[in-house]
Design a protein around this ligand. Structure first.
Ligand code: COA
Length: 227
């Protein structure tokens, strides 16, 4: 089969030419061809997508107000002054502990679903995609560009149903730069999640873990605390 270029493929996928999710088509065998089919009928009909089983937890006007605050007020706050950002998040229902560090480019979808324990650090461009609860313990570090994702979709469902799952990160955990934490994941206390890891399953306490998918690699060693 000749693979059309991207623009032609997009034109071929108009509703008029497709019978959408009702059309039977089989999964393509993995080794059938070096060029995959692009123009099969879609198995999902995004016109039927709805969020009837999902609640944002606050009225729409509060969500809108929060997004304005985050877009306008957050970037105006000083990089090293975290108190105004803590105060704004608390105003919108987040539970933020003592002396938590939150960089101005961190993003929170619904702050009322977020709890962060004392002395934790939230780095630049960290995203709390908090459709569901996100709990971060005390003395945790969530490094730059990490994405805490509580939302997904049912890929078998033609309506692409939204699914959510809470995330919990134990005390003393370091999630290094650029990690993805999936819905429903729990990370045990004092573990380390190595750079660029994709965490799809719960991780035990006091382990160094990394990879895509992330796996426990070895116990975390510890120097004796100074007297
Ligand atoms: C996890 C981490 C702390 C190292 O842990 P460690 O147990 O001391 O591991 P080592 O450095 O001894 O590496 C052991 C092996 O695992 C590999 N490894 C370490 N972290 C890895 C990761 N995230 N993904 C894949 N492989 C990794 C190393 O390449 C090394 O492989 P090798 O033996 O073939 O050379 C470190 O890799 C890391 O992720 N640091 C985060 C850096 C960061 O995010 N900085 C910015 C925020 S300040």
């Amino acid at each position: 089969m000749t693979v059309p270029d991207a623009d032609v493929a997009r034109d071929d996928l108009t509703p008029e030419l497709c019978s959408w999710a009702d059309v039977e088509s089989e999964p393509e065998p993995k080794s059938a061809s070096s060029q995959p089919s692009l123009d099969l009928p879609p198995w999902v009909d995004l016109r039927r997508y709805h969020q009837s089983g999902f609640s944002r937890g606050r009225p729409g006007w509060i969500v809108l107000l929060w997004w304005l605050v985050q877009a306008i007020a957050f970037p105006l706050t000083l990089h090293a002054h975290h108190a105004p950002r803590r105060a704004l998040l608390r105003l919108f229902g987040a539970k933020i502990g003592r002396d938590v560090v939150i960089r101005p480019t961190a993003r929170f979808t619904y702050p009322w679903n977020v709890e962060i324990g004392d002395y934790s650090w939230i780095g630049d461009d960290v995203v709390f995609y908090s459709l569901d609860r996100i709990w971060v313990g005390a003395h945790c570090v969530i490094s730059q560009n990490t994405y805490l994702c509580t939302g997904s979709h049912d890929i078998k469902d033609p309506t692409f149903r939204l699914k959510t799952g809470a995330i919990a990160i134990g005390n003393g955990v370091w999630v290094a730069t650029g990690c993805f934490i999936a819905p429903g994941v729990q990370i045990g206390a004092n573990s380390v999640i190595g750079v660029r890891s994709t965490v799809l399953h719960p991780m035990p306490a006091t382990y160094v873990c990394w990879g895509a998918p992330c796996r426990p690699q070895h116990p975390r060693e510890r120097l004796q605390p100074h007297a």
